[in-house]
Ligand binder design. Structure first.
Ligand SMILES: *Cc1c(COP(=O)(O)O)cnc(C)c1O
Length: 482
């Protein structure tokens, strides 16, 4: 069945990335030189995202520090760009710490987050990195191990009306934490409270801010001198260029699940929706693709939010009045639109009426965390030189399949409309894979090597592509960061 107006999921694509995709032969040359599939990162887009964050923060008149959350991508080019730009970095493992140091970060610009364990804690003592403590065991252990004061932030969790978290010190332990920090002032330099909430819900962050400010007051009363309020990351990405089209696709998908219209899903996949009494309920696994609020708007709104418990004063102003620098740990927001993944079409196979599989030389975990679903259309670039006289060049709905051998290992479990039927040798580009998609769950399944990671830079009116680890940013301007 052909649909008159195929439901599409138009991706947002950064102009620099678009220019690269449109440059004749640019993607094909990169794949010819370095192999297919490949991840491509765009450090200049990272730098631009960072600039937007700084613009928001510079307007507030507060001291601040941006710590790039390294775990979002293993790219050295991004880490080098962050280092050159003069920001901080948030690392969550010994290997990420080594990567940051290797890229030139002085230890006083490095913050270590996440649960740490004995060996890692021992390695951190005496280095000068700021330890963002996950729990009271870490605080006690650092006090035992330290010869000289260890700079420390205390991550809090368990805020009112917020689900229990596996990370951070629950609020009900805060008094115990303060007593511990006060008792070990000679071994621990307490810098302030921290949180990280992965939620698009502004009220949740505000409750966390209020709790941290209240505890900052308590800390003063205990003789401690906090100077930082760390609001973590979790600032959202925008994947879609057309929110209405996205909504239309999801409506069609839901209708298909109920048998009212063409089925758009492979093999009974329901994407986390549940069907009940002729209706579709629940939040789909791909809900992040529906977001239309840019990260900088989230940040602006948070900094400007009026806090009831503090006479309606704006959050950033309160921080400034309390002589607190605002620290933040954006990951995905800094790499938003700064990465793509390119793969080649191997063959196209019709498995049933209306069901066409386009087989690519990648596996699902190369382009998405396996429990999610890529809900923006990939870009089809010509590469196959044999015109397909059998099928013509009309739009076609297909499923993208990949390298793995399990039935469920399709790359897309929803039907993707492409402008024409792909041919062997064509290139399929997945937009915006820089945040968590490339590296978070990627494995060497079936002994396929991990794809190379390449850095793309616009230089003059052309592009230069090199291996990610060889990329060097051009010098960046300074800022007012703490
Ligand atoms: C993962 C993580 C971040 C980054 O989160 P994003 O959602 O990518 O911004 C920041 N801080 C901590 C503690 C994290 O674990």
């Amino acid at each position: 069945m052909t649909v008159s107006t195929p439901p599409t999921l138009p991706p947002k694509i950064h102009p620099l990335v678009r220019a690269f995709l449109d440059a004749p032969g640019a993607v094909a040359d990169a794949l010819a030189r370095f192999g297919s599939p490949a991840h491509l990162v765009f450090p200049q887009v990272f730098a631009e995202n960072l600039g937007h964050f700084r613009d928001v923060l510079d307007e507030q008149g507060t001291g601040y520090r941006i710590c790039y959350a390294h775990k979002v991508n293993q790219s050295r080019a991004f880490v080098r760009t962050a280092e050159r730009a003069g920001i901080g970095i948030d690392v969550a493992s010994a290997a990420e710490l080594a990567s940051a140091v290797d890229a030139g970060f002085a230890t006083d610009r490095i913050e270590v987050t996440g649960p740490k364990g004995e060996a890692f804690l021992r390695a951190l003592v005496g280095t000068g990195v700021t330890v963002n403590a996950d729990n009271l065991w870490e605080v006690r252990r650092l006090a035992e191990l330290a010869d000289a004061p260890v700079p420390l932030l205390l991550r809090l969790s368990g805020f009112p009306a917020t689900p229990v978290s596996r990370f951070g010190v629950p609020l009900w332990q805060a008094e115990e934490a303060l007593a511990l920090l006060a008792a070990h002032r000679d071994r621990i330099t307490f810098r302030g409270f921290a949180f990280h909430i992965d939620s698009g819900e502004p009220a949740e962050r505000l409750r966390a801010v209020e709790a941290c400010l209240a505890l900052t007051e308590r800390a003063y009363a205990c003789g401690l001198v906090p100077t930082v309020l760390n609001i973590g990351g979790g600032f959202r990405q925008v994947f879609t260029s057309d929110a209405d089209a996205f909504d239309r696709y999801v409506v069609a998908l839901r209708a298909g699940l109920l048998g009212r219209g063409e089925a758009l899903t492979w093999g009974g996949n329901t994407f986390g929706f549940h069907l009940d009494g002729g209706a579709v309920h629940g939040t789909p696994v791909f809900h992040k693709y529906a977001n239309t609020v840019p990260a900088t708007r989230m940040l602006t709104d948070l900094l400007g939010a009026e806090l009831e418990q503090h006479g309606g004063r704006a959050m950033a102003r309160l921080a400034a009045e309390n002589l607190l620098d605002i620290w933040l740990e954006p990951g995905k927001a800094l790499v938003d639109h700064a990465g793509i993944t390119a793969a080649r079409v191997e063959f196209v196979k019709d498995v049933a009426a209306d069901t066409t599989l386009v087989n690519l030389d990648v596996s699902r975990d190369t382009v998405t965390p396996a429990d999610q679903e890529v809900m923006v259309d990939p870009v089809l670039l010509p590469g196959g030189d044999v015109p397909d006289t059998d099928h013509g060049d009309a739009p076609v709905g297909v499923f993208l399949a990949g390298r793995l051998c399990l039935e469920r290992d399709l790359i897309t479990n929803h039907k993707v409309w492409l402008p024409r039927r792909p041919r062997p040798g064509d290139v399929i580009v997945f937009p915006n894979t820089g945040a968590y998609h490339m590296d978070l769950s990627a494995a060497n399944a079936s002994m396929h090597p991990r794809p190379p990671k390449l850095a793309v830079a616009q230089r003059g009116d052309g592009f230069r592509v090199c291996r990610d680890e060889e990329y060097e940013p051009v010098a960046a301007a300074g800022s007012r960061e703490a």
